[in-house]
Every structure is written in C-alpha cells, then in structure tokens.
Ligand binder design. Structure first.
Ligand SMILES: Cc1cc2nc3c(=O)[nH]c(=O)nc-3n(C[C@H](O)[C@H](O)[C@H](O)COP(=O)(O)O)c2cc1C
Length: 363
C-alpha cells in the first residue's frame, strides 16, 4: 500500500492512466456562445484545471430537443465539434485528461432556450414542475411530448453519435449523464414514467433506456472510454420513485453486466448544485454493493472525507464539484493541505470571465 494519500495515487481507468484520484465533477457553467459553440474562455477554464486526475466536462446536449438551458454547449454541429477540439487541445497541452459528459435534458427544458420549432420531450406527458431561467425570466418547464418508440431509438443513436463526436474532438472518454432528473433519470424514476410499453412498468423496463444508451455508447467508442453517471435516490428536477432501492439496484446491476469503465454516483445530500438535507441512505456503499467495477463518488467531499472513502474501499475516485470552481489548482491545495477558496454562487451560471477563469490560477 502507498505511503502517501490514496487520493494522490495513480489509477488506471479503462483507456486512461490517471495520475491521481481527484476528478473534476461535471459542472454546467453556461459560458458557450451562440448556437452552443464552446468559447475560447472555456478552453482556458478547463486548461487551468488540467492537474485533475480527470476532468469531466459540463453536460452537453447533442440535439435541439436535448437542450434545456441558456448558453449550454452542444456537440452536434461542425462548429461545435471544431470548437471542442480547442478545449481538448488546451487541456492536453497542460498534460491533462478530459472526458465529455453526454446529456439530454428531456422534460427539464424551455422552448425559449432551444432552437425554434423543437419540442420538449420525455418518457410520458408529465411536467417536471420545475422553473427554468429563460431570456424572458424564470418560467415553468412545459408538459413534454411522450417519445414514441421510434423516437426513443433515435435518441439512443444520438447518444452514440455524440460519443463518437466527442472522441473525434479529442476527448479521452465520455460520461453518460443518467442522473439529476434529466431524460435517463426520467425513464428510471416512476414519477416521470407512466409508460405501458417495454420502457415503463417494473424496474427492469424503466432501466431499459439507460441500458440501451449505455450499450450503444459502448459499441460506438468502447467500454474502456465510457463512464455512466447516476444519482440514485435523487429527487432533483422533480423526480422520485416509490421503491428506489429496487429501481437503482436493478439499474446498476444491469450496467455492471455491460461493463463500462466506471460508474459515477452522486450523494443525495447534494441536489443538483446545492447541499440539502437527505435521508440516511449511503449511496456510495449501496452502489458498491451492486457494482463491482470502478466507482467514482461525488457530493460534499473534502480532503479528509475523500481520503476516508478511498481508504475504506467505498470508492476508487472522488469527484469534486464546487471546490473546483474556486480552486483551479485543487490537486496542489489538497497535496499541501492548504485552505480552499469558496466559490461564489452568484457567478455559477453567468456569462463571461468573472467567477469563471479569474480565480487565482496555479503558481
Ligand atoms: C454549478 C454546478 C453545475 C453543475 N452541473 C452539472 C452537470 O452539468 N452535470 C452533472 O452531472 N452534475 C452537475 N452538477 C453536480 C456536480 O457534478 C456535483 O455532483 C455536485 O456539485 C456535488 O459535488 P460538490 O459537493 O463537490 O460540489 C453541477 C454542480 C454545480 C455546482
């Protein structure tokens, strides 16, 4: 066993060799330009954080219907794909590794934030009940159209194409966003899924869409470059389930059989981008019981709790979200036991450099 902190010890993750177990968790920062094209400032932001064992990008949509919010990036037009190449080049030039988070928001969306003519879609015509920032203020997300089976198949293909586009843009891997109440989680959790076909009903049927997406992405880019993120027992964005233990146990065991490079789970104490009160369920331990492969956990970790989770064998990698916003040199600060700067919430999703690339960079 290594003498130093496990958090700073290397790990082989599928096709990637990570110098440490510190992962920059995926974070939407809303700095993309017109038409979802990644900006220069995004390349600077990610490159500043290249000492992470792995960076996972902000969630990125791959079709008009998959976008929910303002100024989020896409990965389906030639301009978007070309601009992502600048991001991956910038991170690689600093010696880093970067995976791309593939995302479809489903019903958590507003038409004012999407290409004209595109629809809100979901497993069933049930609204999320969430309010969304739009150019006209905060507005309720509308009732989605229930996807047909043909449309579901097209979305599955869309995930796979997005993964291919990501690898073509120079990403080292992809992470399927299956959590936080977005499309995959809407299929999983009973409150959003009342389908009566093979995609609704029992836990297996509701996991089918997740499994099909995972399988398609694995076939597109290889299991050694594919991760999956879930938020078991999560209730963010208006989802919940009557029997989450059965649901997520089933979903995770099915994923384990498909064998992605890692499973990434979020502690329910952190709901989306906020810390909340949650029940007694220990999501990392629960996930470990159902997933024998590499496990990444995120949500409320600091230097001490991260090391403890690794030492206890509960997790193999630790995702840090908010600490990475204000501490681009997080690895160095963890290594030195230095105090961490606190991120300013007011600039999480604002446009421009303030609160984005202006936190003091590594010396
Ligand atoms: C500003 C912000 C944006 C986020 N956007 C995403 C996202 O795009 N995809 C995702 O899976 N999680 C997202 N999250 C959740 C984080 O990845 C992470 O799970 C959460 O912040 C808990 O980790 P922390 O306590 O270290 O911040 C976001 C969190 C924050 C703070």
């Amino acid at each position: 066993m290594s003498e130093g902190p496990l958090l700073l010890s290397p790990l082989r993750l599928g096709a990637m060799q990570l110098p440490n177990r510190v992962v920059m968790a995926p974070m939407t920062r809303a700095r993309a330009g017109a038409d979802g094209v990644p900006t220069e400032i995004m390349a600077t932001y990610y490159a500043q954080r290249a000492s992470a064992g792995l960076i996972v990008t902000e969630a990125t949509h791959f079709c008009a219907e998959g976008q929910g919010y303002m100024r989020t990036p896409g990965i389906y037009t030639p301009a978007q794909i070309a601009a992502w190449r600048k991001v991956t080049d910038a991170v690689h030039a600093k010696g880093g590794r970067i995976a791309h988070q593939v995302w479809h928001v489903g019903r958590v969306s507003h038409p004012l934030n999407r290409e004209p003519g595109s629809r809100s879609v979901g497993p069933s015509a049930i609204p999320s009940g969430v309010n969304i920032f739009t150019p006209d203020g905060i507005l309720p997300a509308p009732v989605p159209d229930a996807l047909t089976q043909q449309e579901i198949a097209a979305v599955v293909r869309g995930f796979a194409q997005a993964a291919r586009n990501a690898i073509d843009s120079g990403f080292d891997g992809v992470e399927i966003h299956g959590g936080n109440g977005y499309l995959i989680d809407q299929f999983l959790q009973g409150s959003a899924n009342r389908r009566t076909d093979g995609y609704g009903g029992d836990a297996r049927n509701r996991s089918r869409f997740l499994w099909e997406v995972c399988e398609a992405v694995l076939q597109a880019v290889g299991a050694d470059r594919t991760g999956v993120r879930l938020s078991p027992f999560g209730v963010f964005n208006g989802v919940n389930d009557q029997d989450p233990a059965t649901l997520f146990g089933t979903a995770i065991e099915g994923l384990a059989r498909l064998g992605p490079a890692y499973l990434h789970v979020i502690n329910p104490e952190v709901s989306g981008d906020r810390t909340v009160q949650a029940g007694a369920i220990d999501v990392p331990r629960f996930s470990r019981q159902h997933f024998p492969g590499t496990l990444m956990v995120a949500g409320g970790y600091d230097r001490v709790s991260a090391e403890q989770a690794l030492r206890q064998g509960v997790a193999d990698l630790i995702g840090f979200g908010r600490p990475y916003i204000a501490n681009p040199d997080l690895v160095a600060r963890l290594r030195g036991g230095l105090q961490l700067a606190k991120a300013a919430r007011a600039t999480f999703y604002t446009d421009g450099a303030e609160g984005y690339t202006d936190y003091p960079a590594p010396a």
